[in-house]
Design a protein around this ligand. Structure first.
Ligand code: ZN
Length: 207
């Protein structure tokens, strides 16, 4: 990561196959939730401590945008985003299922400390390179997730315009743009490697 993190916006259910794997409907408009900025932590050869005795924890690998300046209507993604990272949207899945059933907010399941690890930033690529490059998550050396912006339900411009108009978007806000299929459980001792194409952006070990 590096630099200040202000608001941490996250998009839920932005890939059809992931919505289906959790038995969720594909949303008609972006489903946005927030994590406290305190959830952000460096995913850079780090040991990351996650809650114990909180039921099943899932990893969700995601493309993360950093907003470089305050939004003005009409701005394009390229004008707003200077760098991006890959991140893991850690989720206490059992707790989230219980909160969903009760109609309660997701903060306990998504907002705990270290719930938003981020690799070091790389320059935000041109659209052509974005579409030509998959991001992948390897858990214990095995590929478990593969994503590409072309498979997003809501494209980056739509997400940015939606968040900005509803909630506001400014410098140092970051956006987790949703996870592709292949989410799964995390236990202490697991290692994660996050790749942009064949470039390794960050690794971590779960403590
Ligand atoms: Zn997510």
């Amino acid at each position: 990561m590096g630099g200040t993190v202000n608001n941490v916006y996250c998009v839920g259910r932005n890939y059809v196959l992931h919505a289906e794997e959790l038995g969720n409907e594909v949303p008609a408009e972006p489903l946005i939730f927030l994590k406290p900025s305190h959830a952000a932590v460096a995913l850079d050869k780090a040991v990351i401590e996650l809650p114990k005795d909180a039921g099943m924890i899932h990893y969700e690998g995601e493309l993360v945008l950093r907003i470089a300046r305050d939004y003005v209507p009409g701005m394009t993604v390229d004008e707003l985003v200077d760098v991006m990272a890959l991140g893991l949207d850690f989720t206490l899945r059992d707790i989230q299922s219980d909160l969903k059933k009760k109609g309660l907010p997701w903060t306990p399941a998504k907002g705990f400390r270290n719930a938003a690890p981020l690799t070091p930033y790389i320059a935000f690529p041109e659209q052509e390179e974005l579409e030509a490059t998959d991001f992948t998550v390897r858990k214990n050396g095995v590929e478990v997730q593969r994503g590409n912006v072309q498979n997003m339900i809501f494209p980056l411009q739509k997400i940015i315009d939606f968040i900005a108009s509803r909630y506001g978007l400014g410098k140092d806000d970051i956006i987790f743009t949703g996870t592709p299929a292949g989410v799964g459980p995390v236990v202490p001792g697991d290692s994660f490697e996050l790749f942009w194409g064949d470039k390794l952006l960050g690794t971590c070990l779960i403590g």
